[in-house]
Design a protein. Structure first.
Length: 333
């Protein structure tokens, strides 16, 4: 098995390199003076890199497909202030040559550690029926295994292995802080809402080879309906679970997107539902913003235009001299 000792984000800024990467995009593009070149986008768990094949691109393009791992040798150069690889040699790797986990992004936190922290939040729940419901979910071995691995989305936010668990845990921490400021809020409901609101995503997304993709049920039903199904299943395992409490939990699930045009089936209709939808949006946007800022070119004051946000993001770089005013995800230096 190939030792994946060189990751994209640790490559030098120039010079010859050899490493393994997964191909996430490839396209034959026309040259200005006629003919074609092959444009490739490479990735591993650390980041992404553009590559170009100038010699015999049509033949090279037939050697591999997207989402296959390749061994590649070439020279890194700077183009428009951004590194790119000019490919010299390339070949497709056998599955025995690599470890799949090296090639998809994952949470920087240990999934077992996060799961244990989430269990601590469940233990804080005072309502006995609700705590038993959440314990039933946490001790469901099949569900728990999926939760440790699932992303929160394919692209927009927390789009990495363990991303859903990281997002849920972040909401629990935010809920604890918010109820300290607004003590009228029911922390039990917010913890339950944080755990349940996106839980259906463990059924909508699955790891297909080296990438996450929608399941058939995910495409046909989507995560809100699947979340309601999971709730129904576990409520049935708690004797005499109160109907009014079940209704509260159902509303937290169907309203967490906030607005009807954003995918909510109902607008939030009580304070905890409103709080959950706002915390969910804030956590998603903060993760997305910090990731985009960190991945943008270091000498640019703004990120590229982000369609999902309908704006560029300011990176905190002083215009004119390229000196960062803010670093490490936007924290003031």
């Amino acid at each position: 098995m190939e030792n994946k000792s060189v990751y994209i984000n640790h490559l030098p800024h120039s010079g010859e390199v050899t490493f393994l990467a997964v191909v996430i995009e490839k396209e034959l593009r026309p040259k200005r003076n006629g003919g074609f070149f092959l444009s490739i986008r490479l990735a591993d768990r650390s980041g992404e890199l553009d590559a170009k094949v100038w010699d015999d691109p049509e033949a090279i393009a037939k050697l591999f497909d997207c989402y296959e791992v390749i061994k590649i040798r070439g020279v890194i150069e700077q183009y428009n202030g951004k590194p790119q690889l000019i490919v010299g040699r390339i070949r497709r790797c056998k599955s025995s040559e690599y470890v799949p986990a090296d090639f998809y992004a994952a949470s920087s936190r240990d999934p077992a550690e996060m799961f244990g922290e989430l269990e601590s939040f469940v233990a804080m729940v005072r309502d006995e029926a609700l705590r038993k419901l959440l314990e039933s979910i946490m001790t469901d071995s099949t569900l728990g295994e999926k939760l440790r691995a699932a992303p929160a989305a394919l692209k927009i936010h927390h789009a990495f292995r363990g991303g859903l668990l990281e997002h849920i845990l972040s909401l629990c921490n935010l809920a604890a802080s918010l109820t300290a400021h607004y003590p009228r809020l029911n922390l039990d409901w917010l913890i339950a809402g944080a755990i349940l609101h996106d839980l259906g995503k463990v059924e909508t997304l699955e790891l297909a080879g080296l990438r996450f993709a929608y399941t058939t049920r995910g495409q046909l039903i989507e995560h809100v309906a699947l979340g309601l199904e999971l709730l129904e299943r576990h409520v049935a395992w708690v004797p005499d679970f109160p109907l009014d409490l079940k209704t509260i939990l159902q509303h937290l699930i169907v309203s967490h997107h906030g607005d009807l045009d954003k995918g909510a089936l109902r607008r939030p209709m009580f304070p905890e539902a409103l709080a959950l939808s706002l915390l969910d949006l804030m956590d998603a946007r903060m993760e997305q913003a910090f990731r985009l800022i960190d991945s943008a070119e270091s000498d640019e004051p703004f990120t590229p235009y982000v369609p999902s946000l309908e704006r560029q993001l300011f990176r905190g770089v002083a215009p004119g001299n390229g000196t960062p005013d803010m670093v490490e995800g936007g924290k003031a230096a």
